[in-house]
Ligand binder design. Sequence first.
Ligand SMILES: Cc1ncc(COP(=O)(O)O)c(C=O)c1O
Length: 419
Amino acid sequence: MNNKVWYPYSQMQLNESRYKVVHAEKEYITLDNGQRLIDGVSSWWAAIHGYNHLELNEALSNQANKFAHIMLGGLTHKPAESFAEKLVQITPKGLNHVFFSDSGSVAVEVALKMAIQYWSNKGKKAKCKFVSLKKAYHGDTFKAMEVGDDSDYQNSYNHILNKGFYTSIPKGGFNCTKEELQEALLELESILKAHANEIAGFIVEPIMQGAGGFQIYSPEYLTEAKKMCSDFNVLFIADEVATGFGRTGKLFACEHAGITPDILILGKALTAGYIGHAATLSTDIVYDAFLGSTYEEAFMHGPTFMGNPLACAVGLKSYEIFEREDYLNKIKHIETQFKVAFSDYQHEEIYEIRILGCMVVIETKSEKTVKGFKPYAIKKGLWLRPFGKYIYATPPYTISEKSLQSLILGLIEWFEMKK
Ligand SMILES: Cc1ncc(COP(=O)(O)O)c(C=O)c1O
């Protein structure tokens, strides 16, 4: 076992077996023993086109032959300018400025810093806390952990985290009742009423909380919460690192609610799983608060690899393919197949099955039901990575019909074996 590499979310002493990848193409991952697995996770939701995509490879090598990286401090280049322009064009109207960074967590940090400084530039230094959703996950860096609510990732740091406020998503899923909506809005309102003078922003994963167990909630909640935030002078921040670029069935999950957040965070699929990169977009109102005659008001942040030309080139090409190949339609088809297979599926060990866009999650009643699932999936030729009591699939949008049906069958057979 190679313990030189310190693996993520791992108890290294357990020496868990790892499958060594030697090749990946389309939705297939090939292991060193020759076995080919269908990828049901898109490498943590990033590889939306699958792997080894000719056009993306070409975009990358064309750019590499010009220059692989140039700092954005004091210099600029076409890939960053064109990609920023494209992102402004395709994201909800009004998000006109793009701050690049190198990972989703850093883009969240950037968003939180922006929100805090937005208010301090306006002379309101007390507004420096955040409201977030219960079960939220926004990344593993410190400020991202502070707005997160997932003990699995935070236990060792709880004693130093400066936590803010947490509010519930409405019960009832995508189509909740008026009462469920009202209950959740009242909870948010009571926090804002009591603490708006110390709150900089409300950060949410719109429509679907991914790492928090794929909780799906009502678009109406977002529309109303956004209005409420404006009324209470609190910035509304949408973290679409996981939901962005089609995962929930719309290009951006905010579109389900028809809202433009004050700040929008993108990552993962932004660069199609090729190179880690992220973006934090803001409206003119936020951006303008940083303008001034001195550096005091300026946003003093600058990751070395921000706007990396390779990342921007591959991101631009990725979106071109997304649009040209009508990926939203492919996602609709996958969602329909998930619904056909799972909408009426019942099993005494399943609590709920939730489907939205290119995502299905089977929430079981106990972690025991999930035990042994990963090796089972490997035997079936599937790469799936359950966590806690959740078994989920978020395949690449380009998955073939045959692979999609194998994935669905593999999930169902696991439960059928337990009948
Ligand atoms: C909603 C959300 N925000 C932020 C992050 C952090 O992104 P990264 O892992 O690129 O730092 C993640 C990662 O899973 C995420 O799901």
